[in-house]
Structures are given as C-alpha cells and as structure tokens.
Design a protein around this ligand. Structure first.
Ligand SMILES: [Mg+2]
Length: 312
C-alpha cells in the first residue's frame, strides 16, 4: 500500500497535479501578468510608474503629454502580449508646490489618452507628495489564451522583426508615441509569431530578455537592416555615438519586437498591409550571444547598452 502523504507532500502533489485551481498563466517577469478568467478568456494586467526627472521633465515637457505617456507605456505592454486594451486605473502623486493648472493638465492628458486609445479610465487616486510628480498606471486587457504572445516562445532559426523605426525617442517620441495595439492584434490574428516584447529599454536589452526567456538563445542582427529613425540620426549629430547605436540601444521606442519562423516572417512582410512598417532585422541563433553583422559580413559582439533602472 502506498505510504500516506504528509500535509506538505499532499499540497505539493495537489499543486503539481494542478488539482487546485491555478488561474495564473503568467506571473512576474513578462510584459503583463496573465490570469485565466475561464475557458478561452485571459485577463492581462500590467502596471508602470513614471517619475518627474526620470521619465519626463515637468519643467520642459507639456503636462498633457506627461499624462499621455503614463497611459501609453502600460498599453504598450498590453500590445506586447497581443492583447486588447480594456481599462486603465491611474494614481497621481502631486507635489505641494505643483501649480493646480499643471496637475490638471497631467490628469486631462491621462483621460484624453484613454479616449484616444479606446480604453476606459475606470479609477485611480490623487495624493499629495513631498517628492516629485509620479504617475502609476495599471492597465487591464483581454486576450484569447491561444493567441497570447509572451517573451518565451522564440526558437532557434526564427527571424527577428520590429515595427516602425528605432532610436532617438528622447527628442519627442517617448512622450507622444502610439502604443502598437492595432499592429499586435493584426500580427496575432493573421499570422503566427512565436514571441513578442515592446521596446522600452532598447532593442539590445529587450531582445536579450526574449532570448534568455526562450531558453538561453542568441541572435545575430544585420546592421544594414536596422530601421534607424530620423530622430536617431538627428540625435547622433550632437552625441558622440552613431545613429545605429541609438537605434539599437535607446529606450522608449515603444515599438514591438517579435520573432517568427523564417517562412512566416517572409509571409508577414509580403502580406502585412499596415501603414506601420515591419522589418526583419536578424535571426535567432541556437547558441547564446548577441552579434551584429555588417554589410561586408563581419560579425562583432553587440553590447547590451539599453537603459536599466537602479543600475548600481
Ligand atoms: Mg514591456
């Protein structure tokens, strides 16, 4: 007769057998958490905080665009999972010395962005603070679990693709970008991509997240294929860095980076038909490591230099 299980052995067995209801499809570590609501229905949840002096400058940037950014960053994470954005709650901490009209314009920007992006602003909080103006936005989305994309599905041999162009977002796009919800929906319903992330910390860093979450893969990018934005070129004229560096490492592009099997990537390019550009920028390799191949065929290591909060 089998030995009787102890309490903890029993709990462990129940969890391993998933006899206990386990609704959490994805926990910490992707662009959103994913919680199953019932058959065929998964809720996406993401939260982001933006802080004056770190993510925007209230003394320089239009206050309504600051509010808009707070909403956009969270909706970009819903897009990264190929979800539909449903609702937003937003908490704003306002410094005592902040003029009333400025605080109002931030809140108006939040409400207008929700309207523009087709989500409902359903709640939040307004508090005073002795610190900088801070906005925390939580977005809820819905996705059919079979269509949901995460960071972990990339396969060796996949083509790596991005929407739009890259780099130089500090010149304006980091405030007024449009989260790629339409493009993500089109990708997930019409095509079969394997993995996706939004470019918030720079292509090199965000790609490395996809590769590590997909089991320790690597990638080779083609320098000539990177869609370098006009802003990246403009920024490069007064930094010490090439425009390509900005395209590969600048954060807050809020474009989508995704992978698909090579024939599927070719089909996406051929049949895409959306005004937002999609470009194949490289391939996933079975061995770890990030490489950049120049037009002459020379390969050099690609350093991860994208933005990292709380870097020591
Ligand atoms: Mg993200």
């Amino acid at each position: 007769m089998a030995k009787r299980k102890s309490e903890f052995e029993l709990i462990h067995w129940l969890r391993s057998e998933r006899v206990l209801p386990c609704r959490v499809r994805l926990g910490i570590g992707d662009d959103c958490a994913a919680v199953d609501l019932g058959p065929g229905e998964t809720c996406l949840i993401t939260t982001d905080t933006i802080v004056d002096g770190v993510h925007f400058r209230l003394d320089e940037h239009p206050a309504d665009l600051v509010g808009r950014k707070a909403v956009g960053v969270s909706l970009s994470d819903i897009a990264a999972m190929a979800g539909r954005a449903l609702a937003v709650v937003s908490a704003v901490a306002i410094p005592a010395e902040c003029p009333v009209d400025l605080a109002e314009r931030v809140c108006t920007g939040i409400a207008e962005a929700c309207h523009e992006f087709g989500v409902d602003l359903v709640g939040g909080d307004v508090v005073g603070t002795s610190g900088p103006l801070t906005i925390t936005t939580t977005a809820l989305g819905g996705v059919c679990p079979e269509r949901m994309l995460s960071r972990s599905g990339a396969k060796a041999g996949d083509s790596i693709m991005v929407t739009g162009d890259l780099g130089g977002s500090i010149l304006g796009r980091h405030l007024n970008f449009i989260p790629r919800l339409r493009e993500a929906g089109s990708l997930a319903t019409r095509f079969s991509p394997h993995a996706m992330i939004d470019v918030s910390d720079g292509v090199s860093r965000d790609l490395s997240h996809v590769l590590s979450e997909s089991g320790g893969l690597g990638a080779e990018l083609e320098s000539a294929a990177i869609p370098v934005s006009a802003a990246a070129r403009q920024l490069a004229t007064h930094t010490e860095r090439p425009a390509l560096w900005h395209a590969l490492n600048d954060g807050e592009d809020f474009e989508l980076l995704f992978t698909a099997a090579q024939p599927e990537a070719e089909r996406i390019v051929a049949q895409w038909g959306d005004p937002t550009l999609v470009t194949v920028i490289g391939q996933v390799t079975p061995e770890p490591g990030l490489w950049l191949r120049d037009p002459e065929g020379w390969r050099s290591p690609l350093e991860i230099e994208g933005y990292e909060h709380l870097r020591p």
